[in-house]
Design a binder for this molecule. Structure first.
Ligand SMILES: [Mg+2]
Length: 426
């Protein structure tokens, strides 16, 4: 409130004596000055309010053209931002409370207030209207927030939630009030310890932050980033919690997609060279440590792939690579790790496969490739593959040696005329 500016008062009072008392009271020297305009009917008051802004309306409730609470409501309806102080002749607590309900900021009983209490009432009323406007602004901001916001009591029962919460959870506001979030959106994917740690943190008075998977009303799971802060009353006791949640389902999905892209070859969808080398390293380390079942390693290279590209174009070359990747996928077990190392070079790790298993798998694949025919505008495309197979055991569990062995077996297959499978031997 600006103390230097005079306070604009509209006095609505039809009894001249009462009006004069108020005017005299406000004319005395005070910390603020008052510009008072006095009218004697509700319609004149409405005219004044339409013409210029007022800070306060001092309102008699028995006017020639209006009486009772409707007088307050009429003024409030068209002038939300003005503070109304009712001047009443009757002292009746219930009636007085009703005037507040109807929109008055305060009331004074005629003949019972001093100039000082009048001025104090004006100041409080103006502050209250200002705070109400401020609160309305805050609520509007919370309601417009993209984040879900939930206010609970100290037992966790929801007292208020914003539209974003209702939208992401799928529940109407009426469904969520006086319920605990756990009754509504708990997915069951976090264990009891998770919630215990959360409650321990917030009951201690600290803010809890974390990620949580919840369930919408329609059963769908969603990821949320959540912070819960305790709110204390004047006595310092926790009486509310405020939860602010951000739906990060889309972000999670994109993170997973990026992870997948970082691990796969975009053309064929097989694992890329980096993932292949990591796995080979892990498998050989495990073999060396546990002396477990052997591992076979296949190196595969499409024969004369350059010719396919030169004859049919790169699109056809890509088609052949994808076709080969599909055949690999159809022939591997879920524990195998097929990868495209680059160009027309592929590799497969076969955990637990001995020489017989590995050669059988390689030959099956080689023959399927040789039998395949891909239709193309310039004629049918067929292609072949050469495969080198090497085994790792606990005694030679080294990824570099394994790669070298499989590579040299592949070289043998190529040099023997291609379209064949060779087993590495010294
Ligand atoms: Mg009157």
């Amino acid at each position: 409130m600006n103390m230097l500016k005079s306070i604009r008062v509209l006095l609505v009072e039809d009894e001249i004596g009462d009006a004069r008392l108020v005017q005299i009271g406000l004319r005395q020297p005070h910390s603020a000055s008052f510009d008072v305009i006095c009218v004697d009917t509700l319609s004149k008051a409405q005219q004044q309010l339409a013409q210029q802004p007022f800070d306060v309306v001092l309102l008699d409730l028995s006017l020639p053209d209006s009486s009772g609470l409707d007088t307050v409501r009429m003024i409030k309806k068209t002038n939300r931002g003005v503070a109304i102080i009712v001047l009443t002749g009757q002292y009746d607590t219930e009636f007085a409370l009703n005037t507040l309900e109807a929109g008055a900021a305060d009331y004074l009983v005629k003949g019972e207030f001093s100039p000082d209490s009048l001025i104090r009432a004006i100041r409080y009323a103006m502050q209250r209207v200002e705070m109400d406007a401020h609160n309305r602004l805050l609520v509007a901001a919370l309601e417009a927030a993209a984040n879900s916001i939930v206010i609970t009591d100290k037992e966790g029962y929801i007292e208020w939630a914003n539209p974003s919460f209702c939208k992401s959870s799928g529940y109407d506001l009426q469904d969520v009030l006086n319920k605990r979030p756990a009754e509504l959106i708990k997915s069951g994917l976090q264990d009891q310890g998770f919630y215990e740690a959360m409650w321990k943190t917030i009951l201690k008075g600290d803010t809890w932050r974390g990620e949580i998977i919840n369930r919408r009303k329609n059963g769908e799971l969603y990821h949320e980033e959540l912070s819960i802060s305790p709110v204390r009353n004047e006595a310092g006791e926790i009486n509310h919690f405020i939860g602010i949640k951000e739906d990060i389902t889309e972000r999670k999905r994109m993170e997973e997609e990026l992870q997948r892209l970082a691990r796969t070859d975009s053309l064929t969808g097989l694992f890329n060279r980096r993932v292949f080398l990591e796995h080979l390293e892990q498998e050989t380390a495990r073999l060396a440590r546990l002396d477990s079942a052997p591992i076979a390693l296949l190196m595969l290279d499409l024969d004369h792939f350059k010719r396919i590209n030169d004859t049919y174009g790169h699109a056809a070359g890509d088609e052949v690579l994808r076709h080969f990747a599909d055949l690999i996928r159809a022939n591997v077990r879920s524990i195998d790790l097929p990868a495209r190392l680059g160009g027309e070079e592929f590799a497969i790790i076969l955990p637990g496969a001995d020489r017989t298993d590995a050669l059988a798998m390689a030959e099956r694949l080689r023959m399927q490739v040789a039998a395949a025919i891909l239709p193309h505008a310039k004629g049918q495309i067929s292609y072949t593959v050469s495969i080198g197979v090497a085994a790792l055991s606990a005694t030679n569990a080294n990824s570099e040696i394994a790669l070298h062995h499989a590579d040299s077996a592949l070289y043998t297959a190529k040099s023997k005329g291609r379209n064949q499978t060779c087993w590495f031997s010294r």
